[in-house]
Design a protein around this ligand. Structure first.
Ligand code: PAF
Length: 283
């Protein structure tokens, strides 16, 4: 497995693969890898001949009050995990290598990015789209794989690829959960045992939403109310939002149908967690 830290080495690696007709998949990550990321690496392996995993904690997607400086970093462990999954290369540039000078050009999306997390994290998706666009230019993958836990992010990247004609196919992969159901996240390691226990109410509330949908409930207000009742602030979980939206538009729906998304974000202590369920599908 190659570990590449410069854009020119990354470009040369991709060019060599293309020359011999081998396809390339990219899994963009911010490191602190867990089983969710590894499932994306496996999916990438099934989609292309060689997998590149990028590991870059992207400063432009963190707000000034957010956890950029304390975001978990464990490069040695990440490299071991990627090696064990058969990744062909890691692209791990420094911030100075990735952003030369102070950038003044960014990629923004104006519709899908406005609600859900976009409403609470100004500038976040601009940072995400900008770095993903840069990664696509440098790595030039045939396919890129993203997790559906970050559903709004995945939808925005699909839209960017369509709007800006990136020659890359986007695959999304299901959320991977802990044994008890909590969605895997690099930020779960911030939770103390009591918070970890309380955080489970997020998954349980989405499970209830799925169940009442399966039993015939179609009113989004009823489902939203049920989730709000289930996620109790007395357990230290403070909902930032819960929204019942169309998968295509990410806008609230009047009536729930198969494929409607229930998305939520919450603060558990100082940790911000997100999760979602696509109704009528798997949790
Ligand atoms: O999902 C993430 O880890 C990040 O937002 C991404 C896509 C790697 C961009 O920095």
């Amino acid at each position: 497995m190659e570990v590449l830290t410069t854009k020119s080495d990354m470009r040369a690696f991709g060019a060599a693969l293309r020359k011999v007709g081998r396809s390339q998949a990219l899994v963009p990550t911010m490191g602190a890898l867990h089983e969710g990321h590894l499932s994306l690496v496996r999916r990438a392996g099934a989609e292309a001949d060689a997998t590149v995993v990028s590991i870059f904690v992207n400063p432009t997607q963190f707000g000034p009050e957010e956890d950029f400086s304390r975001y978990p970093r464990d490069m040695e462990r990440d490299l071991e995990l990627c090696r064990a999954e058969g990744a062909a290369a890691i692209f791990a540039p420094s911030a100075e290598e990735m952003y030369v000078g102070k950038p003044t050009t960014f990629v923004g999306e104006e519709v899908l990015a406005s609600g859900l997390c976009g409403a609470f994290r100004p500038g976040h998706f601009r940072g995400v789209l900008t770095v993903v666009a840069k990664l696509f230019h440098v790595v030039q993958p045939d396919v890129a794989v993203f997790g559906r836990k970050d559903l709004q992010q995945a939808r925005l990247i699909e839209q960017m690829v369509r709007d800006l004609d990136f020659p890359v196919r986007i695959c999304t992969a299901p959320t991977v959960r802990e044994d008890d159901g909590l969605a895997m996240s690099s930020r779960n390691r911030y939770l103390d045992p009591a918070e970890r226990k309380s955080a489970l109410s997020l998954y349980e509330s989405l499970g209830c939403a799925q169940r009442v949908y399966n039993e015939g409930e179609r009113d989004p207000k009823v489902i939203e109310r049920m989730i709000r009742e289930q996620v109790s602030p007395t357990g230290g979980v403070e909902l930032e939002y819960v929204e019942i939206v169309s998968y295509d538009t990410l806008k609230p729906v009047q009536r729930v149908e198969k494929g409607t998304v229930v998305a939520l974000a919450a603060r558990v202590g100082n940790t911000r967690l997100i999760d979602n369920v696509v109704l009528g599908g798997a949790l």
